[in-house]
Design a protein around this ligand. Sequence first.
Ligand code: PMP
Length: 758
Amino acid sequence: MPIDTGHALAATARDTISETNAAELATSLFGIRGHAERLDGEYDDNFHLIATNSNDAWALKIASRDETEESIALQHNAMRHAGIGNPRLATTEIEGVRRFVRLLEWVPGTLLTRVAPQSSALLSSLGAELAKLDRALLDFDHPAAHRHLQWDLLQTAELREETHHVSDAHRRALVSRLLERVDREVLPVASQLRRSVIHGDANDFNVVVRDDRVAGLIDFGDMVHSATVTDLAIAAAYVMTGKNDPLGAAAHVVAGYNGELPLTDAERRVLYPLMLARLCMSVVISAARRASAPDVAYYRVHEAPAWAVLEQLDDVSFDIAQDVLFSRCRAPSDSGKLRRERAGNLGANLSLSYAEPLHIVRGWKQYLYDADGREYLDAYNNVAHVGHSHPRVVEAARRQMAILNTNTRYLHDSIVEYAHRLTAKLPPPLSVCWFVNSGSEANELALRLARAHTGRSGVIVNADAYHGNTQRLVEVSPYKFNGPGGAGPVRDVHVVAMPDDYRGKFRRDDTHAGEKYAEDVRDVIDATRDGAFLVESLPSVGGQIIPPRGYFAHAFDAVRAAGGVCIVDEVQVGFGRTGDHFWGFEMQDVVPDIVVMGKPMGNGHPVGAVVTTAEIAKSFANGMEYFSTFGGNPVSMAAALAVLDVIEEEALQENARRIGDGLKGMLAALASKHEIIGDVRGAGLFIGVELVRDRVTLEPAGQEAALVVNALKDRGILTGTEGPHHNVIKIRPPMCVSMADADRIVDTLDAVLTSGVF
Ligand code: PMP
């Protein structure tokens, strides 16, 4: 059936009834003296009628000439049944046509569409009021409600035939794809859905708000007998428009509804698909009407916002969306209890972030969601490199898990393919790989390789470096052995200065700073002739440091001249994070002897790797078998391969460069406004904002940094602190962040610093 474009209606009675005519009708038909003001309406001529001698007011509705008596009876009976007003009906003749004139109670207030921002209490009251109406109508029926209506959400099959009205091919494909998905979800359970007469159009133009609560619903002209849950789907769908967090906003409506009229399992299952169906319906019908009535803007008020939501939600998995929608129907999470419970069975030194720890239950792209459905922008997590729960990675790992997971003692394509793909990203002679399960395991193996090759055990490391959690790695991590609970340095580990050109002994104004810091390495290796220099390409835990140019080249020369090997730890920044390069060490035009990888490699699936030269690999292959039960298993390799694919296909390295540059620039501009920002440094999406109490003495503002990070968290942005003084705010988001996210980080930091949290 073709879509009713409303064109004929628009051309009929609209302008024939003036406000004066309407006021006269009110007097002659209902004995009310007042003045009338025209209101918007899709079909009817609607007026706000205000009594001349009192504060009384009504809605006077002159029905379109197509309106039937049955349809009006349906509306009026339903309203009386639900106890909302006592509508009156009369007839008159206008230009020879009999027209129904209705007098309804005026609901004072503002239309929801004009209320911004919309509080959670308001949204929840919308759900509650709609549920009360639906509940009251569960035992109501009327023959006129059993009708065919193009807006009925169970009629999407018809809509699918009309998608050709959408001229943009990309959008047309989006709607077709979504509608197919909706049918797949809804049709199997359609027969189990509760049916009743519903309002049918609780969009934001039909909801009246007073004192931050919904005061009433208006316009009962779309009443129909359908699945009860479609009423909620309609209201929740429109509430999503114009919101930063559309699902979070809709979750309040759902919770309000569920509190008054609990949803059945089948209703829960179809709610989200039906909400999408409604938005699809809105854009398709708008497109159809655009063709036939290009001037009637009222028909298209929801078009642009509905597209925005559809595009935003396009790649959100249905599971996540449903979970967010129902997050407020659950009892609020008791994070206090969960902690207390950790204390019993988990090691006391497993720390939690933030003064009030978060209970995160879901991740999607650059966003995390807590147990209460609150969304956070994750500006901290480099493990979810291509975005939390990336469907491509999830699917690759899931599929392989369902086929086979075993170890490297059997031949398997994936490990070979991955080794090829990974080494193709590295400069020669780095060509031989081992796969492990963590950054620690990778560093541990790297040290074994170095020892096997040089015959010496000693390691040179930067002050405040962190390389992992094993016994030996704690021994080579000054951040740990010099920190709380640390046992101090062991004999064969040598600490050299952190090449920090902001706070260290050689600063940015010294063009030879890199070379000078490298002298420290030369002195140690010359004195000890000890085996390995283990260094992060961009030290993170040590304070988001960007070593000055020349540091690596000079240090590597010195180490190699003394027979040592250079191990670069890329656990933090590898895989394109620095934007201009795939690996951090490339910023310094050097080639390490051994490269260590971890965190981002499997996008959350535990994968690490060590890559070295054929020569070093030969030294290690001394007859003793090397075996890691899980390292290089087919599932890990499938996940890691998918990560490489996504980095390339979504051009994430370029995104890191572009967004990182923009973000760094905006943060630097913020430094001119806030004295406390002593330094902004970074490469791509690896950024540090160092807070100081005094820009001359560089007195670290560690306590302030902690307050800022907690305040950012309270405002929905997750960051952390780093550095020996804990005064460097670390910004290291998933690589898919957008410029809008960058703006949000900067604006929020600005607001926090302006509000003076300390
Ligand atoms: N190296 C560096 C530079 C790290 O930052 C970390 C972890 N923060 C590790 C190694 C250890 O990695 P994992 O926690 O995966 O063992």
